[in-house]
Ligand binder design. Sequence first.
Ligand SMILES: *[C@@H]1O[C@H](CO)[C@@H](O)[C@H](O)[C@H]1NC(C)=O
Length: 148
Amino acid sequence: MKTLFFLALILLTALALPGAEGKVFERCELARLLKRQGFSGFVGRKVADWVCLVQHESGYRTDAVHDNGSSRDYGIFQINSLYWCDDGRTPGSKNACRISCSRLLDDNIADDIRCAKMIAQEARGLTPWVAWNRFCQGDVDPYVRGCW
Ligand SMILES: *[C@@H]1O[C@H](CO)[C@@H](O)[C@H](O)[C@H]1NC(C)=O
């Protein structure tokens, strides 16, 4: 009886985890997903720019969180709680994407993509991302090499 209980528990845990947990994207997996989602040419940038941005912002981890003392960056695109999402503890948060920051940490990045596109559209480029400014100014094509 006890064994059965633990087997059921393990099964339930295994079923509950996907979706709730973060994941680490493969480089080309992300590149292909972004291409399907219309990132090629969006705000005049390439899919390779976004892959470079993600590599240096979050290391492809959907559950990445970075705290700078006054606000936090969430998820694969490191979306900030002062302007874009609400984490309930950033005074003056604009929450322009109308989303809870915690929802940017799971393995479904559809909402992250919607918000990242809003950010890029408003800035007319990728300059809001410090890592893109710092690391993605040269030839970014190697970031999508072998992906298509
Ligand atoms: C933390 O990040 C936010 C958003 O990028 C920025 O406005 C703020 O000045 C930063 N604070 C510190 C202490 O670096």
